[in-house]
Write a protein that binds this ligand. Sequence first.
Ligand code: ACO
Length: 432
Amino acid sequence: MPDETISVIDNRTGRRYEIPIRDGAIGAADLQKITTDGPAAGLMSYDPAFLNTAACRSAITFIDGDKGILRYRGYPIEQLAENATFLEVAWLLRHGELPDQKQYDQFVHDITYHTYVHENFRKFLEGFRYDAHPMAMLNSSIAGLASFYPSARNIFDENERNISIIRLLAKTPTIAAFSYRHVKGLPFVYPDNRLSYVENFLSMIARMSESKYEANPTFARALEILFILHADHEQNASTNAVRSVGSSHVDPFSAVSAGVAALFGPLHGGANEQVLRMITEIGNVKNVPKFIEGVKSGEGGRLMGFGHRVYKSYDPRAKIVKRLADDVFKVVGVDKDLEIALELERIALSDDYFTSRKLYPNVDFYTGLIYRSMAFPTDFFTVLFAIARMAGWLAQWEEMLLDKEQKIARPRQLYIGPAERPYRSKLKNSVS
Ligand code: ACO
């Protein structure tokens, strides 16, 4: 029995139980010991949407939501965003330490030489409608990769895991860019091995007839920083989906496609798209007070890009994104709707409805304006998030797989349906 325990007296039976506390948590399985000897089984905990349930131990990302702190493997997000590359961060998330030069060079080489996708992928992507949402294309394409790499199902073979992780990090930008070009009706641009990860992605998006694409350095660095900021965020909805699906020991392509699906939702990664749609709908700064009133009365929907399950003060990523927006606007001019966003933020931060609920701008509030300034279409914003989050999903997937405490994720339920009843058909010609 550990030093720290909690004593529980079951008022139904008068029995007393000592429940161990480990790392600030009690084990939900320990509650099963609390029983009445009657027909009811041991006690369960009830926690819809995991408001207060830790589903794993993780050494990857630390968040202090009250203080607005985010760290990857102990490194503050501000320092990584300022100084690191995205691939350095991807390595860090998976391996727990920053790569040395040799490890980094090898990693960059491996990623660079796995960016091509099988030619059949062209046909696969060409099968989508001209107006397909790029997240729907990305989701099914990532799942489809499993059909090209059947040996990826050997998930307990380290070499297989390694190559699958490299393939996913390398090919996701290619698939994303091909989806973009498909919707635009433009020919696919193949990867250019001379370019960095981010520059190559921008080349596959924007290159036309030039022999080598020269990315705008401000855009390339801004995107690199945005990828770092979005790379991981501990047990968010999409990571939880990846871990949960992966816990059935399916291949990693199938597991992370569940993450793409969860990210698509407007309450999660899809919020960046919705923020821009909301701002466009508001249309003019003078309409902001009315819009805010609509949010407060519940008739106007939510203020997208505000609020977070964990952050109860300013999202540290949002601070960095706001500064980044200034850098991008210096190159392309200030976004026409920045004024609306600033006014929304100003009013919300001084309004009791938002402050009492601790609703602050999250990472998605300003990213849309940056992406639009770089000429990305609105429905492509969440794809950019997915490219970055792939690094976190894969690190979390592998951590889950190697964690001896983990089993197939299988929650319990509180059954509230009918008690047993006899079958009496309501159909006309029933045999009963
Ligand atoms: N606008 C208005 N009211 C809000 C908002 C918002 N954006 N977010 C929460 N609230 C209110 C709720 O109505 C609720 O009020 P009540 O107590 O009077 O009922 C209270 O604040 C608590 O909200 P919950 O929904 O219980 O908070 P939860 O932690 O479940 O939700 C979430 C977090 C989904 C992020 C929510 O704040 C939201 O919908 N935000 C808008 C969408 C968004 O920006 N999502 C991106 C999140 S960041 C990311 O995934 C990358």
